[in-house]
Design a protein around this ligand. Structure first.
Ligand SMILES: [Zn+2]
Ligand SMILES: [Zn+2]
Length: 438
């Protein structure tokens, strides 16, 4: 080891970091600068030479970059001064010349060119440790709140602030509210046709004046002081359907939030006040970004209530027989005409887990269906001109039309949407978050 240290020292002026780095795999618990200093001391003692301090800023390998660790950390902290965060990660762009020098150092000392650790790795770690100290936050290598990029050549420290997420369930208590913004197709959302306001949307740019998204997401964006927001629903009901019962799971994602540990209970009250009874939310909680994929992908079953009108008279016995046939049946459905034509048409099968009905008079009934995700209910009733088999109309031999459709529940098929590991502590009294000491 001492021979290797002597050979390294003979290459030119070295700082302790660069002298110690080729030995990074030895003696866990030391920094490379401590290794370098120790070797310098050991060589001086062994050779009974005068002790010489490390070269610091004059190091030929790193050109003094390790002298600037505190400065880089302070600058990183300044960049995110206005942002609340508790986890971070540091990445660095090291000058190619320094990386080349790091290789030449080993070559000149006749060591393996990859011995120890690369310069970039040490710089990441040393800046990272200091950023953690200065900001009082923890490193997270998976999905940190803030990702710093230190570019040594450009002399810049930049930060990317990752989005924050809120989970909840919504009820839609008025019809004709789409789930997400619906831009007017006649003016493509511009609100204008030539120099005139668009007739179709009265110049608003939207086909519907409000959506579940517009009634909820801006409140979250505002409270978290973000720059934009996105609404992710666990599927969506038709524009003219109500969403009742336990509501539909959703995640609101806020970009570049300045506040994260918000009080979810207050946020819920704020949204409900803003939505004025058209939409209600409940069970709001801060959640991991992985919840977005979960609400979109988790296999869910739905419970519906349909008001049905018949084209001819139907008896209670006929209806009971037809519903008994549908109860538990596997339904084949060719993509309905009303569905987005950008989707490829195909026949798919879905199970109607449970179907019940109540005849109101010879021409009207209420039908409840608990179906697998993706089962088209209006077509299950009407038959969609033979494209859905079996159907209530087909079994009864009379026309059957859904006049109103409400969703009563959206629940995970094999497991609930709400699993603890997806949730984060929020900013409520005494909860973790802002007032964390460590
Ligand atoms: Zn150095
Ligand atoms: Zn328009």
């Amino acid at each position: 080891m001492l021979d290797a240290a002597r050979a390294l020292l003979a290459t030119g002026p070295l700082c302790d970091h660069c002298l110690g780095r080729p030995f990074a795999e030895r003696s866990f618990g030391l920094g490379n600068d401590e290794r370098g200093h120790g070797l310098r001391v050991a060589v001086a003692l062994a050779d009974d030479d005068d002790f010489q301090q490390g070269a610091g800023g004059d190091c030929w390998v790193c050109e003094g970059v390790f002298e600037r660790l505190d400065e880089f950390a302070e600058r990183a902290a300044d960049v995110v001064e206005d942002y609340e965060f508790s986890t971070y990660q540091v990445g660095t762009r090291v000058p190619p010349l320094s990386e080349e020098n790091d290789r030449l150092l080993r070559e000149d000392a006749e060591l393996a060119t990859d011995v120890g650790e690369p310069l970039r790795k040490e710089l990441n770690r040393e800046v990272g440790k200091r950023v953690g100290r200065v900001t009082g936050t923890d490193v997270d290598f998976e999905r940190p709140h803030v990702q710093f990029l230190l570019d040594v050549d450009a002399d810049s420290v930049e930060a990317t602030v990752n989005s924050a997420h809120v989970y909840g369930r919504y009820r839609k208590l008025e019809r004709d509210i789409p789930q997400t913004e619906w831009p007017c197709s006649d003016c493509r959302g511009s609100g204008r046709q030539g120099s005139e306001p668009c007739d179709t949307c009265d110049g608003s740019g939207y086909l519907y004046p409000e959506s579940v998204e517009q009634l909820t997401a801006p409140v979250v964006e505002d409270v978290m002081e973000g720059v934009d927001s996105t609404f992710h629903g666990a599927g969506r009901e038709d524009v003219d359907a109500l969403m009742l019962g336990t509501g539909r799971p959703f995640v609101i994602e806020v970009d570049e939030p300045r506040r994260r540990a918000v009080d979810a209970e207050r946020l819920e009250a704020d949204i409900n006040a803003f939505a004025e009874g058209n939409v209600e939310v409940e069970g709001l909680r801060l959640c991991e970004h992985t919840m977005v994929e979960r609400v979109k992908e988790l296999n869910a079953t739905k419970r519906y209530r349909a008001s049905v009108e018949f084209g001819g008279d139907v008896t209670a016995d006929d209806l009971a027989d037809a519903v008994a046939d549908l109860d538990g049946a596997t339904i084949e459905q060719y993509t309905p005409n009303r569905v987005d034509h950008r989707r490829a048409s195909k026949t798919r099968t879905r199970v109607a887990h449970e179907v019940t009905s109540e005849l109101e008079d010879a021409r009207h009934a209420t039908v409840e269906v608990h179906g697998a995700g993706g089962l088209y209910i209006k077509e299950l009733i009407s038959g969609d001109e033979g494209r859905t088999e079996p159907s209530l109309a087909g079994l009864l031999g009379v026309e059957a039309t859904v006049t109103a459709l409400d969703v009563l529940a959206v629940e995970g098929g094999e497991e609930p949407f709400e699993r603890e590991e997806f949730f984060l502590a929020d900013g409520r009294d005494g909860a973790d978050g802002e007032d964390d000491e460590e």
